[in-house]
Design a protein around this ligand. Structure first.
Ligand code: XBP
Ligand code: MG
Length: 254
């Protein structure tokens, strides 16, 4: 097998805990601004996360949780407008630095860059959201550090479909066996495994009970040298935080 060539990161829940205090809050702001009485609680949002993509999530909400709301052929346009407003609220929130990267993420990305390891993004979220998170939580212009940013509506079928990872691999001109993927959710790992990528999971509060069968390693977080990760399943090769040395061992393991 060839050496490890690239790391492909999911964004929401993996690079940062963006859902509960980021996306959810922005959706509620957009609903309020539009004069709607919709409100997504922390608990309801956990259920809505079954569907990836903000527009798709609003459609699912109307179908399953707010069935009294009248819908017609103008509903998709209303959802599109609400989503555009939500993106404005979300990127504004990120610009205040409200959402930091998860432990170990910044260190690992810097280590990857210092060692010429290629890095890419594969996410369901809107491209502006990715840029805003990277610029405000990682470093100015850091979206340029990622060779490929596969995001949003670039493929019609969102996660759990494998399409977004396959698209990223095509752009990178790499085989799945050349790369590792980083995910936090069941929809995410279905997508990455569907593209035949070995996958490392860092769980969060919304995803801790998800099924991560097939993951190479499941951790509570990436960990730091002074505060190691907890291993939930898989072979950590005796390491206590994610670094390139551990990733190369995971990549080489059969
Ligand atoms: C992320 C998502 C996204 C965000 C919202 O999933 O599901 O829908 O919650 O983003 P993943 P948009 O981490 O698996 O990529 O509103 O921009 O769609
Ligand atoms: Mg995710």
């Amino acid at each position: 097998m060839s050496s490890l060539q690239a790391l492909i990161f999911d964004v929401d829940g993996t690079l940062a805990d963006t859902e509960r205090d980021g996306h959810r809050v922005a959706f509620n702001q957009a609903f309020k601004q539009a004069g709607l009485d919709w409100h997504w609680s922390v608990e309801l949002y956990g259920k809505l996360l079954a569907v990836t993509g903000g527009k798709e999530r609003m459609a699912y909400y109307l179908q399953k949780f707010n069935t009294d709301f009248p819908t017609d052929d103008k509903t998709p346009l209303m959802i599109k407008e609400l989503h555009a407003s939500k993106t404005v609220h979300y990127t504004e929130l990120l610009s205040t630095g409200a959402i930091p990267l998860r432990p170990g993420v910044k260190r690992l990305i810097h280590e990857a860059r210092e060692n010429n390891m290629r890095i890419a993004i594969s996410t369901t979220t809107t491209p502006e959201n990715v840029t805003a998170l990277l610029e405000h939580a990682l470093a100015e212009k850091s979206s340029d550090w990622f060779e490929v940013i596969a995001a949003g509506d670039i493929v019609p079928a969102k996660k759990p479909a494998a399409d977004i990872y396959i698209w990223a691999l095509e752009k990178l001109k790499l085989k799945p066996t050349d790369c590792l993927a980083f995910e936090d959710s069941e929809n995410g790992i279905k997508s990455s495994l569907g593209a035949d990528l070995k996958t490392i999971i860092t769980i969060n509060d919304y995803t801790k009970n998800h099924d991560f069968s097939g993951a190479a390693l499941v951790l509570n977080e990436m960990g730091e040298p002074n505060k190691g990760f907890k291993t939930l399943s898989g072979n950590n090769h005796g390491a206590s935080f994610i670094n390139l040395d551990l990733l190369k061992k995971i990549h080489a393991a059969v």
